[in-house]
Design a protein around this ligand. Structure first.
Ligand code: J2J
Length: 552
């Protein structure tokens, strides 16, 4: 009864033909991928981790194939059908893999949310995607998922969309599988396969449409660059549904190659080190703050990290000083990864000179990635190598537009892509003669807090919704650990009391994910004056950032 997936902007016909002829794009769908790899590597260990009850689980590829089939059957018993969008908001438990592969197997379309998302985010995802179901699991934080589902449903219904059914993985495991076996779907490689989340520069979530032919190309290319094979053991400490641990080369890269995925229940060095020693982990992916925390813990505890061959760091800019400590302290060779869920992923390579590995964020994975570094004030002009410019990109696995009805995407697609299909990344970079990129800054209204992307607009919007708040600007302040932390600068009604805790609580109650709640508040009676113009909020943010940074 759900609507079919919407059409969305895609590569042109000539390009599609070219990528297929070049052998970059293949006819393999995600349903094929699940069936093929779980058969091909049947006896290998696919997954090690905890289930949602906290019990240790080890699945072979054959087990994983069965678990995916069982998950598909259970999802079908909730009414999920081929082509349906399903919002998955699960932590790093083994059921996450069963659900995602189960959805692929039945030709349904996962929407990759985070377990930390709340009704504002989940409500938007369900509305834009017209989701048939929301998949969650009881968690140690004691999230009231029934309550959350009710709040999400109310928001979705307000938009005139039918609310999703709630699928609680913990509950379904108590009952029997129910229903009948679900067949492997006959899915075309160019169909919408899943929706990934964009970091976001606007208050409205942007959903990223991905199809097997282009995405699996990036997975295969990444697995090759990173040398994955059946002996690979990858520790996943970042949220499994984030694009980095999913595909760079991530979980999908490991499953492609027949290696083992080890899911860490939490990202602490204690948990990570124990799993690395026990499972002989060969590769892991970290964001810079975690790399820093692991380095400092490893210096104190001297864990056995001898199996670790590669430590990937990405998602936010890695400090050069921290970069130098990775290899000596964590044992694995550093690989910097600069990617985005919209497409382009850059890697430093194993045989790159140390200087490039330490000071750049890598070069594009594909020879067919097109990179333009342009003058931010005159995007028609490319800057020369070594000069800072705005990064635009186009290529075989970079999207051409976001997903959703015209009211969600029209404006955002027009501003995020050039007329000739380049994605405006919003990143400022310097290109080296070797093609390596160093990220030097950002030209988008976004805060990167420990790799989590937060749209300044969104925080400001929720603050401005309060009657006592006359003006609000969210800025990212430099933070030694997080990279950036969120500071909300607020101008209150004359006479109103300054109660930062109350404002933070108000945002929480409004239903915003916790990682978006400002770390600090600054109250000003007057905001610095800006030139009037449509970018004045942006200018105001810059002025305040400079002003506050000076006071640090
Ligand atoms: C500086 N900024 C970086 C880096 C991402 C692999 C790795 C990361 C992501 C990711 C991903 C950075 N140095 N090494 O999807 O497949 C910032 C940039 C970029 C934005 C994208 C992957 N690595 N960034 O982080 O979609 O600003 O993807 O445009 O979450 O993160 O964020 P996201």
């Amino acid at each position: 009864t759900r609507s079919r997936a919407l059409p969305y902007p895609r590569h042109g016909e000539a390009e599609r033909r070219r990528f297929r002829e070049l052998g970059l794009w293949t006819p393999e769908s995600f349903a094929d991928f699940v069936v093929d790899r779980t058969r091909r590597y049947a006896a290998n260990t696919a997954v090690v981790g905890r289930d949602c009850h906290g019990a240790e689980v080890r699945w072979t590829y054959a087990d994983l194939g069965q678990q995916a089939a069982l998950a598909a059957r259970r999802l079908a018993s909730y009414g999920v059908a081929r082509g349906d969008r399903v919002v998955v908001a699960l932590p790093n438990v083994v059921e996450y893999l069963a659900v995602v592969l189960g959805l692929f197997r039945m030709g349904a379309v996962p929407v990759f949310a985070l377990p930390t998302h709340r009704e504002i985010e989940l409500g938007q995802f369900c509305t834009i995607a017209d989701a048939a179901a929301l998949v969650v699991v009881g968690d140690p934080d004691g999230t009231d998922h029934r309550g959350l589902h009710k709040l999400v449903s109310d928001r979705v219904a307000e938009q005139g969309v039918e609310p999703p059914v709630l699928v609680d993985v913990e509950e379904w495991e108590r009952g029997d599988a129910g229903g009948v076996a679900v067949e492997v779907a006959d899915v075309a490689a160019d169909e919408l396969a899943f929706l990934q989340l964009s970091g976001g520069t606007t208050g409205i979530s942007k959903l990223i449409p991905r199809a097997a032919e282009e995405y699996l190309y990036s997975v295969r290319a990444s697995a090759e660059i990173c040398g994955l094979d059946q002996d690979t053991v990858m520790l996943v400490v970042l949220p499994a549904s984030h694009n980095f641990p999913m595909s760079s080369p991530g979980i999908l890269g490991v499953l492609h190659a027949g290696g083992t995925v080890v899911l860490a229940p939490d990202p602490s060095p204690r948990t990570g080190f124990a799993l690395i020693a026990r499972e002989h982990v060969t590769v892991t992916a970290l964001v810079p703050p975690l790399a820093q925390a692991w380095i400092s813990a490893a210096r104190r505890r001297r864990p056995d990290l001898s199996s670790l061959r590669t430590v990937q760091v990405g998602g936010a800019k890695l400090n050069d000083v921290v970069a130098r400590d990775v290899e000596p302290v964590l044992h694995g060779r550093l690989q910097q990864v600069f990617g985005m869920a919209e497409g382009l992923v850059n890697y430093t390579r194993d045989d790159d000179p140390d200087e490039l590995v330490l000071t750049t964020q890598g070069r594009p994975m594909s020879a067919y990635d097109e990179v333009r570094v342009v003058d931010p004030d005159d995007p028609s002009r490319e800057v020369t190598d070594g000069q800072e410019g705005a990064l635009l990109t186009r290529g075989p696995y970079t999207i051409r537009g976001y997903y959703g009805g015209p009211s969600w995407t029209e404006a955002v697609n027009a501003s995020s892509f050039t007329e000739d299909g380049f994605y405006r990344t919003g990143d400022l970079v310097r290109r080296h003669p070797s093609g390596h990129l160093t990220v030097t800054g950002r030209d988008k209204d976004q805060i990167n807090r420990a790799g989590e992307k937060i749209a300044t607009d969104e925080i400001e919007g929720h603050l401005l919704a309060r009657r006592e708040v006359l003006d609000a600007v969210a800025v990212g302040l430099p933070d030694a650990y997080l990279g950036e932390r969120i500071c909300a600068v607020v101008r209150l009604e004359p006479g109103a009391e300054r109660r930062p805790e109350e404002l933070a609580e108000a945002l929480r109650t409004a239903g915003l994910a916790t990682y978006k709640i400002p770390d600090s508040f600054v109250f000003l009676d007057d905001f610095p004056a800006t030139h009037v113009g449509k970018n004045s909020r942006r200018e105001l943010r810059r002025l305040l950032t400079d002003q506050l940074a000076d006071q640090l």
